[in-house]
Design a protein around this ligand. Structure first.
Ligand code: GLU
Length: 418
């Protein structure tokens, strides 16, 4: 890495850039660039050996003009205050660009979950839910899964909240297992929208995802599902990777077999159907039609960006490009479907889950996927209209222009409250 990039600064730069195409009052722009509040807390839990451990945790509520704060909770050693602030801001504009009635929030605990037993992770999760209880609720702030959290943590979180509140309130958190009030299709939703958005981008450029070569960086929930769906649309998955490295096959990999290999061994590396192995950096710079970064923020810096040869990038991760990398790729005419649209499937199906929880009426997977398809395709079309009408430099700027305008409308319509 040549750059030490603060994701919160990246978010603010993206907002400034888009705001220059809108007629926004400076004071209002400042409001759009700062979180409304951030909780920083220290959680103390008992480890299995009886010793005490104190871990740092955060929840940022960035903006609630369009509805309850919404966004995931990640468990990762890199979690810090500015990262959580950035991720919560991205949630605001993500929910706005796909036009779902939520604001944005994000939380995180600065731990490496692999250093803790399952029982310890449960105690940490329940401690965090207890700490967040006064701030969250079905109508206030609704957490969800993110990096290294999933159905298991969401189920514990819901159970803790409901027990403390002495009620049932499944809509207090999304991404739960179906028997705990989760939605069909939620696990696949992030990868699904990444590929739907990529397919739309190919069509916009007069091309097709069918037969396209694809490289996927990151083989967690979002990356692997994206690879599987792109493959089912006739694309060739030539390379995939995880934090240990990657595998390549000119003829195309079978994404399901690669996943099985990862489940058995812990990594995609060593998959016997591959022609060769490659590093993450080599994967990112392959000459492919579509590149899907599905790992963490800042995965592509300026140095890697100058070597990127992909035609289209669909961002499954949040903030995978540094601002300098973004500018380099724009100059190289790489078409980037921005994270706030590409990976918005996750929060969109979280919204469907919340609607189902509130109505106590559950949909089948086909209905979820059909509704998701129409949300993402409509959002993509609106983005393209804005991109063309306003003659904007990139799809990312267009996404922020659409999203900022929607947040401003909600704020203005609410009127001033001195
Ligand atoms: N963590 C996911 C994201 O970054 C999903 C958030 C949600 O479902 O609320 O979009």
């Amino acid at each position: 890495m040549t750059e030490d990039v603060n994701p919160f600064k990246s978010l603010q730069q993206q907002l400034d850039q888009a705001a220059s195409y809108l007629d926004i009052d400076d004071g209002l722009l400042e409001r759009l660039k700062q979180p409304e509040r951030v909780l920083e807390t220290n959680l103390t839990i008992k480890r299995d050996d009886g010793s005490l451990d104190t871990v740092q945790a955060y929840r940022s509520q960035f903006n609630g003009d369009r509805g309850p704060y919404k966004g995931g909770i990640r468990y990762h050693p890199g979690v810090n205050r500015d990262e959580v602030k950035a991720l919560s801001g991205w949630m605001v504009y993500k929910c706005a660009v796909v036009d779902i009635p939520f604001g944005g929030g994000k939380g995180g605990i600065a731990i490496d979950p692999s250093n803790y037993s399952v029982d310890e992770i449960e105690r940490i999760t329940r401690a965090f839910a207890t700490e967040l209880r006064p701030l969250i609720g079905e109508e206030k702030d609704i957490p969800a899964p993110d990096v290294n959290t999933g159905q298991r943590e969401m189920n514990w979180f819901k159970d803790t909240y409901e027990t403390l509140e002495d009620t049932t309130a499944p809509g207090v958190i999304t991404g739960k297992a179906p028997d705990s009030g989760g939605s069909a299709g939620r696990v696949e939703a992030t990868g699904r929208s990444t590929v739907i958005a990529a397919r739309e981008a190919f069509e916009y450029l007069g091309r097709s995802i069918e037969g396209a070569s694809v490289a996927v960086q990151g083989y967690g929930n979002a990356g692997w599902i994206a690879a599987k769906l792109a493959h089912s649309m006739g694309a060739q998955i030539v390379a995939v990777s995880d934090s240990s490295g990657g595998v390549y096959s000119k003829e195309g990999l079978n994404p399901v077999r690669v996943r099985e290999h990862k489940d058995e061994t812990g990594s995609v590396v060593g998959y016997e159907g591959a022609e060769s192995e490659l590093t993450n950096e080599e994967l990112l710079t392959l000459d492919v039609d579509l590149l899907i970064p599905a790992a963490l923020e800042n995965a592509i810096d300026e140095e890697i960006a100058s070597d990127i040869s992909a035609d289209i990038i669909s961002e499954a991760a949040n903030g995978p490009l540094t601002p300098k990398a973004d500018n380099i790729l724009a100059d190289k005419d790489v078409h980037i479907v921005p994270d706030i649209l590409a990976n918005a499937g996750g929060v969109t199906v979280s919204y469907f889950e919340w609607v189902q929880n509130r109505q106590r009426f559950y949909w089948d997977e086909k209905r979820v996927n059909d509704e998701l398809e129409s949300v993402i395709v409509n959002a993509f079309d609106t983005l393209i209209d804005t991109y063309e009408e306003k003659n904007l430099p990139t799809l990312r700027t267009a996404a922020y222009v659409v999203a900022i305008q929607r947040v401003i409308n909600a704020y203005d319509q609410g009127g001033a409250w001195p």
